[in-house]
Every structure is written in structure tokens, then in C-alpha cells.
Ligand binder design. Structure first.
Ligand code: DGL
Length: 274
């Protein structure tokens, strides 16, 4: 196996959300080595301007490319995908995969009825990225989008079920409930961790669609198309890097994923790294 085949798959998010994508990639491609960057020190990305999110994304991607020699970059954050994907794709020779296209495809393919919905951060929804993609992929469907600010913070605290979360969800998901959406895309990688609370509000008859699996399939297809997939029986490893507090990252990350996050490294932006 060549060095490139043996190289890591790089995945990043503003915090813990991208772990939902990491899990899908690990399930689909158990031989791949993974490196995950959670920018916990600078989350949430959702309310931040495009220029800031793009700069953060480029800094993380540069770090993963330069320090970890990754063979593919997975932008496991919808907000960063909506804002920074063109710049990231142009900047590197390695394939760069975002969430919007797989997410829109997963929703379009899985929707049985004519009413579909997307929830995401303020940045993702106001960027219009899903509205544009779904107009292309599912032009006959009636789309309702809702921004759900505050959801990400619950996940980052490790609070996936509580009365406060339910109260917030009831308020923010009202447009989705009123439109009687039949299939709802969780257009933020943090939201699968809140699936119980979201489903409790929108009702069991609304199908919740996560884009993690579809994104993992796209990563696999891209690696195979370029002959970059891991082929041997090497020991797969996952390295976690956080720009925040590693003890907190381990505590919350382990609670969310239900597995031991053994190798946690830290990276401080203030210290500089070049
Ligand atoms: N997981 C990120 C996303 O998919 C959350 C962004 C945030 O930090 O607000 O958009």
C-alpha cells in the first residue's frame, strides 16, 4: 500500500457535530485512519459572518494538510460547507467534500411526500445553499427552511435532552410543524445528537434525515475513484484534536459517541503553529 493510501482522512467541525460524520465514515470504511478537528474554542460558527467562518475553515484545513498530510478533507459542518467550500476546493489538490450536496441528495431521495424541510444554523439557512441545491434536485417539492439558533450550544454542553431544549425546539420548529413537513433534513451535523428531542416536537410521522451516511458514501466514492482508499489490514486509528479544553472534549465527546476517545491532542490558535 502506498503512503498516500495509508494517509489519514481529515474531518473538521466547529465542535462535536462532525463526530456524527466521523462515525458514519468509520462504519463504512473501518480501515481508514481518521483525524478529527473540533474547533471548540471558536464555536458556534452558525451566527458568525461568512468571512470569519471561511478564515477558520482555511486555518483548520491548512493545519490538517500541513501537519497530518491528509488525503481527503471532509468539511463535516454545514455552515462551513455553505460558506467556504469553493475556497477550500480551490486551495488544495486533495478532494474536499462538504455537507450540502450529500444532504440535499439524501433529502430528495428519501422524501416520500411533497413537503420537505431543512433545519440548520442561521448561517446555513441564510446562505441559501440548500434552497438552491434542492431547487435543482427536487424542484417539485415544497420546501420549508428554519434556522434553529441555540441547538448547537446544547450539544456542546452535552445536553441532548432537557426541558429547556424542548421549550426552544417547540418555538423554533413551529414553521416545520405548521407546514406538516413529511421529511426533515437535519442540516447541521450537531443535530443527530438531538434527534430524540427534535422528533418529540415534530412528531413520529415526520422522517428525520441525517446527511452523515450519504456524506460517508461520497467520501468512499471519491477515494475509490482516485485510487486512494486504504487497502491493507493496518490498525485504524482516530486522532482527535480540539482547540478547546481537552478534558471537556473527552467528557462530552465520550458521552455523545458512547466510546472512549483515547487520543486527544490540543491546538491553540493564539500560540500560532507555523
Ligand atoms: N455542526 C455545524 C454545522 O453543521 C454547527 C455550526 C455551529 O457551530 O454553529 O453547521
Amino acid at each position: 500500500m502506498s503512503d498516500v493510501n495509508n494517509a489519514k482522512v481529515g474531518i473538521f467541525d466547529s465542535g462535536f457535530g462532525g463526530l456524527t460524520v466521523l462515525r458514519a465514515i468509520a462504519d463504512l470504511m473501518p480501515r481508514e485512519k481518521l483525524v478529527y478537528f473540533g474547533d471548540s474554542a471558536r464555536y458556534p460558527y452558525g451566527p458568525k459572518p461568512k468571512a470569519d467562518v471561511t478564515r477558520f475553515s482555511v486555518e483548520i484545513a491548512d493545519y490538517l494538510v500541513d501537519r497530518h498530510a491528509i488525503k481527503v478533507l471532509v468539511v463535516a459542518c454545514n455552515t462551513a460547507s455553505a460558506f467556504a467550500l469553493p475556497e477550500l476546493s480551490e486551495r488544495y489538490e486533495i478532494p474536499v467534500i462538504g455537507m450540502i450536496e450529500p444532504g440535499a441528495r439524501a433529502l430528495a431521495l428519501s422524501s416520500v411526500g411533497e413537503r420537505i424541510g431543512v433545519i440548520g444554523t442561521v448561517g446555513t439557512i441564510s446562505s441559501g445553499a440548500y434552497q438552491t441545491k434542492l431547487a435543482e434536485l427536487a424542484p417539485k417539492k415544497r420546501l420549508v427552511c428554519a434556522a434553529t439558533p441555540g441547538f448547537v450550544e446544547f450539544v456542546e454542553r452535552g445536553e441532548t435532552e432537557s426541558d429547556q431544549l424542548t421549550v426552544l425546539a417547540e418555538r423554533l420548529l413551529r414553521p416545520i410543524v405548521e407546514a406538516k413537513v413529511q421529511s426533515l433534513l437535519l442540516g447541521c451535523t450537531h443535530y443527530p445528537f438531538l434527534a430524540r428531542a427534535i422528533s418529540g416536537v415534530v412528531g413520529a410521522e415526520t422522517i428525520l434525515v441525517s446527511s452523515a451516511e450519504e456524506t460517508a458514501f461520497q467520501v468512499r466514492a471519491e477515494l475509490i475513484a482516485r485510487g486512494l482508499e486504504a487497502r491493507g489490514l493496518g490498525v485504524p486509528t482516530t486522532t482527535y484534536i480540539t482547540s478547546g479544553d481537552p478534558t471537556e472534549f473527552r467528557r462530552v465527546g465520550q458521552n455523545l459517541l458512547g466510546i472512549d476517545l483515547c487520543e486527544i491532542e490540543t491546538h491553540s490558535w493564539s500560540a500560532g503553529w507555523r
